[in-house]
Ligand binder design. Structure first.
Ligand SMILES: CC(C)(COP(=O)(O)OP(=O)(O)OC[C@H]1O[C@@H](n2cnc3c(N)ncnc32)[C@H](O)[C@@H]1OP(=O)(O)O)[C@@H](O)C(=O)NCCC(=O)NCCS
Length: 270
């Protein structure tokens, strides 16, 4: 298969529904792609659903990266882990400047692939129970907490998960996790959907260096993307659906939170 082209200023997002992938022959093939360390990590999960989710997420990463560098088979990818746990492609593989970030939650695994720039992705499940206002008071910055005032029900959940996923995507793009201080940066979302990040004085980063996008996968899965690329510079986001290691089923352009569908094949049986 020819390599999928990916330019600077593009993010390719790949999504799968782990629970829908159940054909044993396929699962066996994915299991054979795992490294010894991944096999050991998979076995440490107590519950089968977690072992399954781990396997599908690994297959999503390995199978997708091969689409960009077909000379490296899914089982050939090696990763190096940063100081705060962020995996990157092992530079000794010679895969160029390909970057990726993975996120998974109940019902979805999502992979973002970009060229060169720091990229982060987060997917959550909006049906998660919990005291959203209480959580926001604990985790969000004051302007974010204030902007939730007066919201309730679905409107509250929507804005809460906008902030949550954006904060996670930014932290993941930086690769340093919550050591950044969740209350030391915050998001503003304009009426036209434009997203901006803001920092407290002395924060070691530049708001104008970042571009963000958010969109939904189905009714309950909000997704946010962060890319270290000047705000306002062209950014092309494409959403792909495919089973790892198998032909592409569909690709859509994501624009302003919505998607314009360009379906290239039927979904078929998983
Ligand atoms: C990894 C981390 C950054 C996000 O964890 P998460 O939201 O539970 O998980 P996600 O599914 O979105 O991402 C997990 C994946 O990110 C990648 N990852 C791990 N460490 C990472 C890091 N420091 N930076 C970026 N990506 C990382 C891995 O591929 C990981 O997949 P794996 O666990 O299957 O190996 C976590 O360490 C963290 O700091 N979470 C903060 C949670 C929090 O308090 N959020 C408040 C938001 S307001």
């Amino acid at each position: 298969m020819p390599a999928i082209e990916l330019g600077v200023g593009e993010i390719h997002v790949w999504e799968v529904e782990p629970e829908a992938i159940a054909v044993q022959e396929r699962l066996d093939r994915y299991a054979a792609w795992l490294s010894a360390a991944e096999v050991a990590r998979r076995q440490r999960f107590k519950f089968e659903r977690h072992r399954h989710g781990f396997l599908i997420a690994r297959a999503l990463v390995r199978g997708t990266l091969t689409r960009y560098v077909p000379a490296i088979a899914p089982e050939g990818w090696r990763f190096v882990i940063g100081a705060h746990g962020r995996p990157e492609i092992d530079p000794s593989l010679g895969a160029g400047d390909l970057r990726f970030n993975l996120s998974h939650t109940h019902g979805r695994a999502v992979l973002a692939v970009a060229r060169g720039d720091d990229v982060g992705v987060d997917v959550e499940a909006r049906d998660r129970k919990g005291n959203l206002r209480g959580i926001s008071t604990h985790f969000f910055a004051a302007p974010e907490v204030a902007s939730l005032d007066g919201l309730d029900g679905p409107a509250l959940a929507e804005r809460f998960f906008d902030y949550w996923t954006l904060k996670e995507a930014y932290m993941k793009a930086r690769g340093v996790g919550i050591s950044l201080g969740l209350g030391r940066f915050w998001f503003t979302i304009a009426d036209d959907g434009a997203i901006a990040i803001n920092f407290v004085d002395g924060f070691d980063d530049e708001p104008a260096d970042w571009s963000f996008r958010r969109f939904d996968l189905g009714p309950i899965h909000p997704v946010a993307l962060a890319l270290r690329r000047p705000r306002g510079a062209p950014l092309d986001v494409k959403l792909h659906r495919a089973l790892p290691g198998e032909p592409l089923m569909s690709v859509e352009t994501i624009a302003g939170g919505a998607s314009t569908g360009l379906v290239v094949a039927g979904l078929g049986s998983l």
